[in-house]
Design a protein around this ligand. Structure first.
Ligand code: ATP
Length: 320
């Protein structure tokens, strides 16, 4: 009986490990059910529209333990509080829209509604002119590339970590993406190159390197829409310049929604959407908003101007 009991323990432990893997995968996917008559987005569809969006994270009482998806939801004590109120803005195909606002204003939450990580409480989010709730999750995933602050790498080889963005890509295409993301040289220096295993017991990439690998994934996938959180708080200036070049490459020619932390991004954005306490308080170009003297101009002085250092990005002819 004792031997049998110890076998049971082994079974339970390995089941728990498998569960953890399931959650890791679920974390990356929309925790949402697909409509029965869901449609595929046509290739190349690339606009984003927020129509009067209200949002609150699902409360504990709405989370049923019956589904794995619910189990994977992050546990937050303030679930149920309204986070976004009446948010409306749009990103036309090929445009770059920057989301800015104080910490906790709802930028990450807003960005997450586009790939339908959560559903809106009221209003609608449309991609390519269709409500995301009417789209197949496969086509939504195919159209959107995301680079978040904490890029997730699987415990697998560098190659597999990239192929997951586009199964069937050749090694040549993988190298091209790595080079454009400014991480090719680093991978070439590794003894096993693309076969290097990543993670806990494998090679540990730094935060900046992981972010560039995530950018390489987006470049390989070449989606019409890119959603990007550009925070690179703890990077040194050398890797920051590399990340900047990689990001420029990822955004080129795509519909981009960027949680912006860089002066160079807000200055070239077609539109800046300023969020405060979950509502849009200002919209316009950098110059418009600086002139207006509202929340953006304050943020500009504290967040953006400070970060640009010796005003290298702020050229002649500006009001400073
Ligand atoms: P930051 O610049 O600090 O990243 P942000 O503007 O991106 O902030 P969000 O992360 O969207 O802001 O957070 C907006 C609000 O939603 C915050 O009050 C936060 O506590 C809350 N929130 C964020 N994620 C969740 C979650 N999974 N469940 C419940 N509440 C959440």
């Amino acid at each position: 009986p004792l031997t049998a009991l110890s076998n049971v323990r082994v079974d339970v432990m390995s089941a728990l490990v498998s569960f953890q893997r399931v959650f890791e995968v679920l974390d990356l996917k929309p925790l949402i059910r697909e409509a029965e008559d869901a449609k595929d987005l046509p290739a190349g569809a690339a606009s984003i529209v927020f129509r009067d969006v209200d949002f609150r994270y699902p409360g504990p009482d709405e989370v049923s333990l019956a589904s794995l998806e619910d189990l994977a939801r992050p546990d937050r004590s303030d679930n149920g509080r309204q986070i976004l109120t009446g948010v409306s803005f749009s990103v036309a195909p090929g445009e770059l829209v920057a989301l800015v606002g104080p910490s906790g204003a709802g930028k990450t939450t807003t960005a997450g509604l586009v790939p339908r990580l959560y559903d809106v409480s009221a209003g609608a989010v449309e991609v390519g002119g269709t409500d995301v709730r009417e789209l197949t999750s496969a086509s939504l995933t195919e159209h959107i590339g995301m680079v978040t602050q904490d890029a997730h790498l699987f415990h697998d080889t560098v190659r597999e970590n990239l192929l997951y963005a586009r199964p069937g890509a050749t090694d040549e295409e993988v190298w091209e993406a790595l080079d454009r993301a400014q991480i090719g040289a680093t991978v070439r220096r590794l003894e096993s190159g693309l076969d290097t295993v990543v993670g806990e017991r494998g090679y540990r990439f730094s935060g900046g390197e992981k972010q560039r690998l995530a950018i390489a994934r987006v470049l390989l996938k070449a989606p019409p829409i890119v959603i990007l959180d550009e925070a690179t708080a703890h990077l040194d200036s050398e890797s920051e310049a590399a990340v900047q070049r990689a990001l420029d490459s990822a955004l080129e020619g795509r519909t981009s929604l960027v949680i912006a932390h860089r002066l160079s991004t807000v200055r070239r954005a077609d539109r800046i959407v300023v969020l405060e306490d979950g509502a849009v308080v200002e919209t316009g170009t950098h110059d418009d908003l600086v002139d207006r003297g509202g929340l953006y101009s304050e943020l500009y002085k504290t967040q953006f101007a400070e970060r640009s250092g010796a005003n290298s990005e702020y050229g002649a002819g500006s009001s400073g």
